[in-house]
Design a protein around this ligand. Structure first.
Ligand code: SF4
Length: 330
C-alpha cells in the first residue's frame, strides 16, 4: 500500500517555457517526486478559458509533455497525464459547482484581472476556473499542492470547497496544504517585472547559447552599480538570483564576494552564469530532441499516466456518487 502523501499540480500547455517557469515551478515539482506520489496534469481545459488556437492545441500539449519529461519529471515516479483524457475532472467540477457560492468566485483576484485584460472574452470558464482547479486537486485527494504565492487565493478556495463538501456530506477529502516554491523568483531581463512572454523579457528553455548571451549581456543588474569600479549588492541583482538557480556553489560564492568588492565586472559575472546556465539548458534541450524523435514513447507515457490517474479518479468518484446518491441505477 502506498503511504506517501499525494501531490497534484497542473501544467498549462501554453507554448514555449522560459527559465522563470523552470525555476519557479518545474524544479519544485521535480524535487517533490522523491518524497510524494505526484500527479501532474497537463490542464488543457484550463487553457481554454482564454483565447486559444484549436489548430495548435494538440502540438502544445505534446510539447508540454516533452518539456516536462526533458526537464526531469520522471514517468516512473510520477503520473503525467492530460486533464481532458480523465473525464472525472469535469464531472467532479460540476458537482463542486453545485456547492460553491458564486460570491466565493467573484472575489478571486485573478478573475477580476483577467476580465479587465480581456473584457470581450470574460467567459463562464474564467469565473469557474478555481472550481475546476479544486476538482483537479480533490479528485486525487492530494494533500500537498506546489504553488507560487500568486496561486494561494485559489488554493484557499479549494480548501473552503473541501470543508464545505466534508460538512455537507461525509468527510471525504483532505484539506490540501500549499507547498511554496523557492523564495527568490527570477525576474525578467528588465530586472523589474515577472518573466513573461508578453513582456518579451524571457530566456527560453530552448534558447541557444548565442541567444542566451545576447539576452544576458544586456540584462539589468544592480542598478546602483553604475561603473565597473563600484561595488555591487548581489542581493539586489536579478543576475545573482539566476546564479542561485543555475550555478555551482563555488561560482555563486565567488560572484557574491567579487561583486561586493568590485573584483569582477557584471559582464564577467554574466559569463560565469552563461556557462552554468548553458550546462543545464543544453542537457534539457538534448533530452527534448530525443523525446521529439521518439513520439511513440511520449504518447506511451501519457497513456500510462491516463490509466493510472483514471484508477485513482474512479475510486474517488465512487465515494462521491455514494455520498450524493447519484449513479445508483445504471
Ligand atoms: Fe549582479 Fe554580478 Fe554585476 Fe554583482 S557583479 S551586480 S551580482 S551582475
Amino acid at each position: 500500500m502506498n503511504q506517501r502523501k499525494r501531490v497534484f499540480s497542473g501544467i498549462q500547455p501554453s507554448g514555449r517555457l522560459h527559465i522563470g517557469n523552470y525555476v519557479g515551478a518545474m524544479q519544485n515539482m521535480i524535487s517533490l517526486q522523491e518524497e510524494y506520489e505526484c500527479v501532474y496534469g497537463i490542464v488543457d481545459y484550463h487553457a481554454m478559458t482564454v483565447r486559444f488556437d484549436p489548430a495548435k492545441m494538440q502540438e502544445s500539449i505534446f510539447d508540454c509533455a516533452v518539456d516536462y519529461i526533458a526537464a526531469g519529471i520522471d514517468p516512473e515516479k510520477s503520473i503525467l497525464m492530460i486533464q481532458s483524457t480523465v473525464s472525472e475532472h469535469t464531472e467532479l467540477a460540476w458537482i463542486l459547482n453545485t456547492i460553491t457560492p458564486i460570491s466565493w468566485l467573484l472575489r478571486v483576484p485573478t478573475f477580476k484581472e483577467k476580465r479587465q485584460q480581456n473584457p470581450d472574452y470574460a467567459n463562464m470558464g474564467l469565473l469557474d476556473y478555481p472550481v475546476l482547479m479544486a476538482a483537479d486537486i480533490m479528485l486525487y485527494k492530494a494533500e500537498v499542492v506546489p504553488v507560487g504565492d500568486d496561486q494561494l487565493p485559489h488554493l484557499e478556495l479549494t480548501r473552503e470547497i473541501v470543508r464545505r463538501f466534508n460538512s455537507l456530506f461525509r468527510p471525504t477529502f483532505p484539506e490540501p496544504q500549499a507547498k511554496l516554491g523557492p523564495v527568490s523568483r527570477i525576474l525578467g531581463l528588465d530586472g523589474v517585472n515577472k518573466m513573461s512572454k508578453s513582456l518579451d523579457n524571457c530566456i527560453y528553455l530552448d534558447d541557444k547559447r548565442e541567444d542566451i548571451w545576447r539576452k544576458l549581456s544586456t540584462a539589468v543588474t544592480d542598478v546602483r552599480r553604475k561603473r565597473r569600479t563600484d561595488p555591487g549588492n548581489p542581493d539586489e541583482c536579478n543576475i545573482f538570483t539566476m546564479h542561485k538557480a543555475f550555478s555551482k556553489p563555488d561560482d555563486i560564492a565567488y560572484c557574491a564576494r567579487e561583486c561586493r568588492t568590485a573584483g569582477i565586472g557584471c559582464l564577467d559575472c554574466k559569463k560565469i552564469l552563461l556557462e552554468n546556465m548553458c550546462c543545464d539548458l543544453e542537457q534539457i534541450q538534448g533530452r527534448s530532441e530525443q523525446l521529439r524523435n521518439n513520439r511513440e514513447h511520449v504518447l506511451h507515457v501519457l497513456a500510462q499516466g491516463r490509466r493510472r490517474a483514471k484508477e485513482i479518479a474512479a475510486r474517488t468518484m465512487d465515494e462521491v456518487y455514494a455520498e450524493l446518491g447519484i449513479k445508483v441505477y445504471h
